[in-house]
Design a protein around this ligand. Structure first.
Ligand SMILES: NC(=O)c1ccc[n+]([C@@H]2O[C@H](COP(=O)([O-])OP(=O)(O)OC[C@H]3O[C@@H](n4cnc5c(N)ncnc54)[C@H](O)[C@@H]3O)[C@@H](O)[C@H]2O)c1
Ligand SMILES: O=C(O)[C@H](O)COP(=O)(O)O
Length: 534
């Protein structure tokens, strides 16, 4: 097999590149600062792409990336990656959520202090020889006892809040996922809306991702809620602030100033309206995560995540599918194989154009995190209609949705004769086809097909024959297989006496040819014969 090719298109730490280059089976190219049209030309050659925030991974890039399996973001924000397009193309997107938290919180805090004390303009004044004038012009704002609104109390917001408490600031936080008990633990006041957090605040700091919901979360109305003389700090994403409204609020004298590491358009134009403000300003060029420590953290983390994904299928910090770390992979590995086999059996024997795939977990399995198990069954089922490799674990739910196929999962705690049982059922109206399996020892096995009990290890090439339950048919199938030179590795037979039909699941060393299948179907009493390679 050819080596996987990884393109690093934004600067990451050398140690990160080295970790990728040292991985067996991976070739890495570092090619940063590519114009979009150049990226489009070469992306088709790569299996994985590693970016920071500069590379725009657009729908166009993803459409051109025919071999791409993963995008790794060395950092937190993924607003430069078209997540929906990545999912639709079956490309997993992973970030490194923790590696730059402290550096970014420290940077945002530095910005707040600089803004309050006019460090940037005062510094410029000193260098320009205006010591006396600068000393007179730049009276600051004390932070002690002031009210701070933190919008987004995730990793960075929380670290910011802790530092503000050490400065004796009163912290009010808004975050839809912040619970009362967590707020109490962090000694912050929980606000029930952004407006409630901002009302009467002297400083606001933003730490939310940029999404359709958070765009311009700081608008004219919200700025007006803050105390006169307040300052605005943004080390998250430029699009969170309506920059024109901010400029107007500062010009009106209501807001004292702002400290920004990020801008709606980066790089901002040299004549950006906010750059004409003389005091209570601090601007940096998106430096929040730019420390030696943070870059080493995120560079190495992303490299290892991409390496492990390409080489073992381990999934960490994925934003468009459930994660599957080494421990979960070990615990669920056999169930993933089993689910894949059940999906393949349903693809072959279940109804065409189904309405739903129902996956149920019985016994001990019911308490496990099984999201990826269901997804695996779905993906293998969908391969029936997309055999060209265009469906995979990442896009299977989106593909199913586009086909009007519902994935319904349930857990059933009642014990069965097996300690674990995985049941997959394909439905089309009243028509149902069900198949179930379990793990015996370490061996995944199919144990039921449409309520008929079988015992089939999931390996090799299966021949599934359904026939009338009368003497001679199984013998005739065996004789024919012998004539074809087919070696039988395993044979499992089940019958429904009442319905007078039976099923044989025969594991063969090689798949039957089309003409051989036809001859088996012509045996009197055989109602169907299908081959499945697991
Ligand atoms: N300037 C930089 O260099 C830099 C560095 C790192 C991260 N960032 C930005 O900072 C953001 C936050 O990073 P983090 O590591 O703290 O992420 P995080 O996921 O830990 O925290 C984000 C928080 O925002 C909350 N949230 C989501 N929508 C919200 C809303 N409408 N109102 C209030 N809260 C909301 C979430 O519940 C979450 O707790 C990132 O998305 C990234 O864009 C910038
Ligand atoms: O979201 C992030 O992690 C930061 O914005 C850092 O972006 P950068 O990697 O481009 O510095």
């Amino acid at each position: 097999m050819d080596n996987f090719r990884v393109l690093v298109s934004d600067p990451i730490s050398e140690k990160g590149v080295e970790a990728l280059a040292a991985a067996p089976g991976i070739d890495v190219d570092v090619n940063t600062g590519l114009p979009p049209e150049e990226l489009l030309k070469i992306i088709g050659d790569y299996d994985a792409l590693v970016v920071r925030s500069q590379t725009k991974v657009t729908a166009e890039v993803l459409a051109a990336a025919k071999k791409l399996k993963a995008v790794g973001r060395a950092g937190v924000g993924v607003d430069n990656i078209d997540r929906q397009a990545a999912t639709d193309h079956g490309v997993i997107v992973m970030n490194t959520p923790t590696g730059n938290t402290i550096s970014t919180a420290e940077h945002a805090f530095t910005l707040m202090l600089s803004c309050a004390r006019n460090i940037a303009p005062a510094h410029a004044g000193v260098l320009a020889g205006d010591f006396k004038a600068a000393r007179k012009a730049f009276q600051g704002i004390e932070l002690n006892g002031k009210r701070l609104a933190v919008i987004g109390m995730g990793r960075i917001g929380t670290e910011f809040a802790k530092r503000a408490q050490a400065f004796n600031m009163e912290v009010v936080a808004f975050d839809p996922f912040l619970t009362e008990s967590r707020a109490r633990e962090l000694k912050v006041t929980l606000a029930e809306s952004p407006d409630a957090a901002l009302k009467g605040a002297d400083v606001v700091t933003l730490h939310v991702p940029l999404t359709d919901d958070t765009k311009h979360i700081m608008n004219a109305d919200r700025l007006a809620l803050m105390n006169p003389g307040a300052i605005v700090v943004n080390c998250a994403r430029g699009g969170l602030i309506d920059e024109a409204a901010l400029k107007a609020a500062i010009d009106s004298g209501h807001i004292a100033g702002c400290a920004l590491d990020v801008f709606e358009n980066e790089p901002p134009a040299a004549d950006h309206p906010l750059f004409s403000l003389g005091k209570h300003v601090a601007f940096t060029p998106h430096l929040g995560a730019s420390t030696n420590e943070a870059q080493e953290n995120v560079g190495i983390e992303v490299a290892i995540q991409i390496r492990d994904f390409l080489s073992t299928g381990e999934i960490r910090n994925a934003i468009n599918m459930p994660s599957l770390d080494a421990a979960a992979l070990k615990a669920l590995g056999s169930y993933l194989d089993l689910a894949g086999a059940l999906g393949k059996v349903l693809a072959k024997l279940g109804p065409e154009n189904p309405d739903s795939l129902r996956v149920s977990y019985h016994g001990d399995l019911a308490s496990k995190d099984t999201g990826l198990v269901s997804r695996t069954a779905l993906y293998r089922l969908l391969e029936r209609s997309r055999p060209d490799g265009q469906v995979n674990l990442v896009n299977a739910p989106a593909v199913a949705k586009s086909m009007g196929l519902d994935l319904v999962e349930s857990t059933i705690n009642a014990q069965t004769e097996f300690s674990d049982l995985l049941v997959a059922e394909l439905r089309k109206g009243d028509e149902k086809f069900r198949v179930a399996g379990t793990i015996i020892g370490r061996s995944p096995r199919i144990v039921e097909i449409n309520r008929l009990f079988v015992d089939v290890p999931i390996e090799g090439h299966l021949l599934i024959v359904r026939n009338d339950d009368r003497p001679g048919i199984v013998g005739a199938v065996g004789t024919l297989l012998g004539e074809f030179g087919q070696n039988i590795a395993n044979f499992s037979l089940a019958r429904d006496k009442a319905a007078k039909n039976a099923i044989s699941v025969i594991e063969l060393d090689a798949p039957c040819e089309a003409d051989q299948m036809e001859k088996i179907r012509q045996i009197p009493g055989v109602t169907s014969a299908s081959g499945i390679s697991l």
